[in-house]
Design a protein around this ligand. Structure first.
Ligand code: CA
Length: 563
């Protein structure tokens, strides 16, 4: 089954990877090529970069990483056309992490997730027309490779968005598939009869299935040729280009031949896929978007034989709710529950992403509370993902374009995002007051809080991989307290979500890992701190680390053993 024959090409032996399908123009008359079904596997040489997280206490590198989600179109425009691009992103890498731990002018993130970077039919990129190329508005593949090398040099790993569930209806595969005689026909899901919602009439008179909308026909993963092609896509990016992994879009819909979410076929597909990509690069990370409750997300990760990580949407909602409502209950419950649901802290945690109203909009543009949200995110177990602009409190409410506006770099025209007068999308009107330059100059800014927390997490293994004890806070409904503990370190995080100071409170840990006597070393926040009296069961009872917890406040302290 080699479709190359359609173009008059000879069959390509399996030992020679075919060139990408990319160059086929989206024209119904040109049938695209397809790669052989069995791609030769040869692990790439993983070059560890000095300063790049390698993993702590047996946890994978990603538990040592703070990720940052980037919409390339909105990050930085290098060539004055109003559209962000890879040369622009490369120019701003020193903002994200300059590779020098001694400086404090950079945010300090060590991972990036790039929203789709391929040619696509819409501004957001989730309807791809060529999985092997870079969107020409963003630059060239060489631009991307240069960006990737520069990121790696600074100790930043890069995940790209992979959208396997569907293509654009302008993808050459779909255009070829319109011909019922084409070998591409079976790459999509067809019916001669209309079935109502999610089915769309094609020019050939048949109906195709597209879960999201007519412009995104679902691929048919019961067809092995589709799987073979998509494996080759991941092989290309992991092996030939050298990315560090993928954020997988809409994975719960992947193989839904029976139109059901989380189908057995989807789980089976992932179980087959995992050894494939791990053979290409054992360190590659696959983080999945399973937009659902934690139990259903964890079904993709708990067995250790499908995805590496899943986004924890429940905890994200609970975190934003806790800070917004100034109530601890949901956060404490969901965190305790999800620690059991996602074994070994294998969940990707976040506040909001590109599909949700920005957290700052949900918090009413309240900087002190945004700092609390940042604290909960960056001290919690799991792998944190920051959405670009969150660190300066960018606003944005639906529709989606408003969640994805250009980055606000400075008070200059167009926020310093572009020198064009016509950015692809207008900036938030607050950019003159709310921007990176202003907040970098202010040690009390939200940006400074993010940088300090990211740095603290990098410096303290307990914050990255420590076991987490969600403490009993007695009758307080505004306190969140966590103890994070490794063999070498114990760190206490206390957050008062409330708008009143609290002195009538007590922290209790019935059974814990503590032993002997401790002294307190403040890590973040000042105060007159007392050490706990450790009980015979390794915890403490009615412990008050500080006599009063100010309103809307946070402190983080280390419990250091007294020899
Ligand atoms: Ca540009």
């Amino acid at each position: 089954m080699l479709l190359g024959a359609c173009l008059g090409q000879s069959a390509t032996p399996a030992s020679t990877p075919l060139p990408p399908t990319a160059t086929v123009p989206p024209s119904a008359t040109a049938a695209p090529t397809v790669s052989p079904t069995s791609t030769p596997l040869s692990p790439i040489a993983v070059q560890p970069v000095e300063g790049m997280p390698t993993g702590t206490d047996g946890f994978p590198w990603w538990n040592d990483t703070v990720f940052y989600e980037v919409f390339v179109r909105s990050f930085y425009d290098s060539d004055d056309d109003g559209v962000g691009d890879f040369n622009g992103l490369t120019a701003k890498l020193d903002y994200l992490n300059d590779g020098d731990p001694q400086t404090d002018t950079d945010l300090g993130v060590t991972g990036l997730w790039l929203m789709p970077i391929h040619p696509a039919m819409s501004y957001h990129g989730y309807n791809v027309t060529d999985y092997y190329q870079i969107n020409s508005q963003y630059g060239t593949l060489d631009d991307f490779k240069r960006f990737l090398a520069e990121a790696h040099q600074r100790g930043i790993r890069v995940l790209i968005d992979w959208v396997p569930n569907h293509t654009s209806n302008a993808h050459p595969w779909f255009l070829a598939a319109l011909d019922p005689q084409s070998e591409y026909h079976d790459w999509y899901i067809w019916s001669d009869e209309p079935h109502g919602e999610d089915w769309y009439r094609a020019p050939n008179g048949q109906y195709y299935y597209g879960f999201f909308y007519s412009g995104m026909p679902d691929l048919n993963y019961t067809n092995p040729a589709v799987t073979a092609q998509m494996r080759d896509v991941t092989r290309f990016w992991l092996q030939d280009v050298g990315v560090d992994g993928f954020r997988i879009d809409a994975i719960k819909y992947l193989n839904d031949a029976d139109r059901s979410e989380h189908s057995k076929a989807t789980h089976a597909w992932l179980k087959d896929f995992r050894p494939f990509y791990k053979a290409l690069n054992p360190q590659a990370l696959m983080v999945g978007e399973v937009w659902d409750s934690s139990g259903l997300v964890a079904d993709y990760t708990a067995g250790g034989d499908e995805l590496d990580l899943g986004f924890d949407f429940d905890l994200a909602r609970a975190t934003v709710f806790a800070v917004g409502a100034r109530r601890n209950t949901l956060f404490n419950e969901i965190l305790a529950r999800d620690l059991a649901v996602f074994p070994r802290q294998q969940m990707a945690i976040f506040l909001t992403n590109h599909d949700q109203d920005r957290v700052m909009s949900m918090l009413g543009d309240d900087v002190p509370r945004a700092k609390l949200a940042a604290t909960l995110l960056l001290t919690a177990p799991g792998v944190p993902f920051i959405y670009y602009g969150e660190e300066i409190g960018m606003l944005g409410k639906k529709p989606d374009e408003n969640l994805r506006t250009p980055m606000q770099w400075s008070a200059e025209a167009q926020g310093g995002f572009t020198t064009s007068n016509f950015p692809w999308r207008g900036l938030n009107s607050d950019y003159a007051n709310k921007n990176v330059a202003a907040q970098q100059a202010n040690p009390e800014s939200l940006w400074a809080a993010y940088r300090n927390l990211i740095r603290l997490r990098a410096e303290h293994a307990a914050l990255r991989v420590g076991e987490t004890y969600v403490l009993d806070v007695g009758k307080s409904d505004t306190l969140v307290a966590m103890l994070r503990v490794t063999d070498d370190e114990a760190v206490l995080i206390v957050v008062n979500l409330g708008k009143e100071a609290i002195s009538d409170y007590a922290l209790t840990l019935d059974n814990g890992p503590l032993f002997g006597q401790y002294q307190i070393v403040p890590l973040l926040g000042a105060g007159d701190f007392a050490a706990p009296t450790v009980t015979a069961s390794g915890g403490f009872t009615d412990y008050q680390p500080a006599p009063e917890l100010p309103a809307t406040s946070t402190f983080i302290v280390q419990l250091q053993p007294v020899p």
